[in-house]
Design a protein around this ligand. Structure first.
Ligand code: PLP
Length: 404
C-alpha cells in the first residue's frame, strides 16, 4: 500500500485487504454485507477510541496550564450505541446543538454537566426546554440568545460564541467555512461584542468562555490559518476580562483523497501551545468528523454496470440522501471493492438510486471489473451521513451497526 496510490491510500491496519479480501474492524466486509444487507453503516468502536486517544495524547503535549476538555460534536453521528460507547470511554463530553440533542445525549448516559450547548436561532420554546437541564453550559451565539438565557438563568456562567471574521476549511472549500469574508449567522462579531458583554452583565450572567468554530475539514496546510484565527479570538478573551475557558470548536479533518495528508496533530498541538502559553486558560475542543468519520463505512449493493456513451456507470442501492457530504460539500467518499485489490482498474462513475443530477457518489473511481462483485464499501461514512439522512424519493432506509 502506498499513500499516494489513488486506489489504496486509505488502507490502515483495521481497514485493509488481507488475502485479497477487504477487512474492517477485524471482520470480512463481504460477510458483513451478506449478513446485514444494504445499505448499512458499520462503525468501529476501536477506531473511535483510537481517534479519541490520539487527540488526548496531542492535547497533553500542548502544555495547557489550565487543562483541556474534549466534547464530541454529536451532530456528526448520533447513533445511540455509539454515544453510549463514547460515554463509557470517559474520554469526552458532548457538544450539542438543540434541545433534542441534549435529551438524546442524556438518554445515552451523559449528564447535563457533560454537555456544552452551542446552537443557533433558538426559539423561546427551545430556551425553556434547555433551561430545565441544570449544569448544561450554554454558549450564546447572538444578543438574542444572551437576553433569552439571561431571563431564565440569571447568576449563571455562559460562553459567548464569537465570529472573528476569518474562516477555515478543507482545501479552502468555502462551503465548509462558518466565518470569513461573507457575513454569516454564526457568532457575535467584534463590532457587537461590547454590547454583548453589557447585555450579559445586565442579566447577571458571567462570561466564562469564549467559543469559536470557524469551519470544517482542516488539514495540516490550514494550520497557519488556525493559528491566525486563534490569535484573533484572543482579542475577545482579553476584552471579556474574566474568561476561564476557550473553545476552539471542531473542524479537524481526515483525508478524503490520496493527495490529502493526515492532519499533523503534533503541529496542531504546537499551535495551541504557542497561542495559549502563559494564559492559564482551560482549552476545549469539540470535534465530530475527526472522531467518527474514518471509523465508519457504508456498505452498498451493486445494482448495475453499464456503458453510456464514453463513460462507465456503476449503480448502487443507496443515494446521496443517506450521506449528503459528497454531493453537497464536494467531499468524496471513495468507493472500494470488497476483493481483488490487485486486479486491473478502470475509471467508472459510481452513482446512487435517487432521481437527482447530483446523486453521484464518485466520478472516475478506479475500480476493477465489477462483474462478479455484489457490493462496494464507501469509506469515511462515519460522520454527517446517517445523521443528515433524508427520505427523499422514499429511499431513506438504512441500518447501522457498531462493531466491537
Ligand atoms: C459549533 C460546532 N462545533 C463543532 C462542530 C463539529 O465540526 P467537525 O465535525 O468538523 O469537527 C460543528 C459542526 O458543524 C459546529 O457547528
Amino acid at each position: 500500500m502506498k499513500r499516494d496510490d489513488p486506489a489504496s491510500w486509505w488502507q490502515r491496519d483495521d481497514l485493509c485487504y488481507r488475502d485479497g479480501h477487504l477487512v474492517f474492524a477485524g471482520r470480512s466486509v463481504q460477510t458483513l454485507a451478506d449478513q446485514f444487507g444494504t445499505p448499512a453503516f458499520v462503525y468501529s468502536a476501536a477506531r473511535i477510541r483510537a481517534n479519541l486517544e490520539r487527540l488526548h495524547e496531542a492535547l497533553s503535549t500542548a502544555s495547557l496550564a489550565g487543562g483541556f476538555s474534549l466534547y464530541y460534536a454529536m451532530k456528526a453521528n448520533r447513533f445511540a450505541p455509539l454515544l453510549t460507547f463514547l460515554r463509557q470511554t470517559g474520554l469526552c463530553g458532548i457538544d450539542a446543538c438543540s434541545p433534542a440533542e441534549v435529551e438524546h445525549a442524556v438518554s445515552c448516559g451523559f449528564s447535563p454537566a457533560d454537555i456544552s450547548l452551542t446552537a443557533t436561532s433558538l426559539s423561546q420554546r427551545d430556551m425553556d426546554q434547555l433551561a430545565r437541564y441544570d449544569g448544561l453550559f450554554m454558549d450564546c451565539d447572538s444578543l438574542h440568545a444572551i437576553r433569552s438565557w439571561g431571563t431564565r438563568k440569571p447568576g449563571t456562567r455562559i460562553g459567548l460564541r464569537v465570529n472573528p471574521g476569518m474562516g477555515i476549511g478543507r482545501a479552502a472549500n468555502d462551503k465548509l467555512q462558518y466565518a470569513g469574508a461573507a457575513t454569516t449567522k454564526f457568532g457575535i462579531y467584534e463590532e457587537q461584542f461590547a454590547e454583548a458583554l453589557a447585555i450579559a452583565k445586565a442579566h447577571d450572567l458571567r462570561v466564562a468562555k469564549i467559543h469559536f468554530h470557524t469551519g470544517c475539514g482542516y488539514l495540516t496546510p490550514q494550520l497557519e490559518q488556525l493559528e491566525r484565527i486563534i490569535g484573533q479570538c484572543l482579542r475577545f478573551v482579553e476584552a471579556a476580562g474574566e474568561v476561564e475557558r476557550v473553545n476552539i470548536g471542531g473542524g479537524l479533518g481526515v483525508p478524503h483523497l490520496a493527495a490529502d495528508q493526515p492532519l499533523d496533530l503534533h503541529r496542531w498541538a504546537e499551535v495551541l501551545r504557542r497561542q495559549f502559553a502563559g494564559r492559564g486558560l482551560h482549552v476545549e475542543i469539540e470535534p465530530g468528523d475527526y472522531i467518527v468519520k474514518d471509523a465508519g463505512i457504508l456498505l452498498v449493493e451493486k445494482t448495475y454496470v453499464e456503458q453510456k456513451k464514453e463513460a462507465w456507470f456503476v449503480g448502487v442501492d443507496a443515494g446521496f440522501n443517506i450521506a449528503p457530504e459528497p454531493a453537497h460539500y464536494n467531499l468524496p467518499f471513495q468507493p472500494v471493492p470488497l476483493r481483488d485489490p490487485d486486479a486491473p482498474r478502470m475509471p467508472v462513475h459510481v452513482v446512487g438510486n435517487i432521481n437527482e443530477a447530483l446523486d453521484v457518489w464518485y466520478e472516475n473511481a478506479l475500480l476493477p471489473d465489477l462483474t462478479g462483485h455484489t457490493h462496494l464499501a464507501l469509506i469515511n461514512a462515519g460522520a454527517y451521513s446517517s445523521a443528515m439522512a433524508s427520505h427523499h424519493c422514499l429511499r431513506g432506509h438504512f441500518k447501522e451497526f457498531l462493531l466491537f
